[in-house]
Design a protein around this ligand. Structure first.
Ligand SMILES: [Cu+2]
Length: 115
């Protein structure tokens, strides 16, 4: 039988469940920008493919500004993870540098580092 003493617990439990459902319902997407080095349309495709990942809603790289604009769910993937993916594909970002090995393997037209 439900006694008065259990009411605070029921309320607390109700709040926990409510907050949980509310979090589930609100898919909080964020759009962030970061610099990524590149030269051409092939770079654009490579950068955007690298960002085709779980938690990413859309991503585009602008050739003129060298800026990536990415819309993602921060609960599923972090901005650092995204920058790391781009660096892994061969493109230096604001935060991470591509390894020389990956960079050298890019087609000549994509070599954005000055000699
Ligand atoms: Cu390129």
């Amino acid at each position: 039988m439900t006694s008065f003493r259990s009411i605070p617990y029921l309320l607390f439990g109700g709040i926990v469940v409510f907050q949980f459902l509310r979090q589930k319902a609100t898919v909080s997407l964020t759009t962030q920008k970061f610099k990524a080095a590149g030269n051409c349309g092939m770079c654009k495709n490579r950068i955007e493919s690298a960002l085709d990942a779980r938690g990413v809603n859309k991503a585009s790289w602008d050739l003129d500004s060298g800026q990536v604009s990415v819309t993602f769910n921060p609960k599923k993937i972090s901005l650092d993870d995204l920058q790391q993916k781009v660096a892994d594909a061969g493109h230096d970002t604001a935060k991470f540098k591509a390894s020389d090995e990956v960079y050298e393997a890019l087609p000549a037209c994509c070599h954005y580092r000055s000699a």
